[in-house]
Write a protein that binds this ligand. Structure first.
Ligand SMILES: [Zn+2]
Length: 74
């Protein structure tokens, strides 16, 4: 099974031409990511295999912030 993006309304895999990112181990950053996902998926919890695709990121220069874009398709 290829890894699929866990964001709501998104199921991108590497074959869709995106990069997939594992959830960070750093607690502060992790909770930031989870919070963003929960904007569209209530009570969602990350697992070891959870990934988000590059469509949801806008990295700042230090790669430390992100924006999960609103998924509007479907
Ligand atoms: Zn995605």
């Amino acid at each position: 099974m290829p890894s699929r993006c866990i964001a709501a309304f998104c199921s991108n895999t590497r074959e869709d031409g995106v990069s997939l990112f594992r959830f960070p181990k750093e607690p502060e950053l992790l909770s930031k990511w989870v919070k963003q996902v929960r904007r569209t998926r209530e009570n969602w919890k990350p697992t070891q295999t959870s990934v988000l695709c590059s469509e949801h990121f806008e990295f700042s220069l230090d790669c430390n912030t992100l924006t999960l874009q609103r998924e509007t398709q479907n």
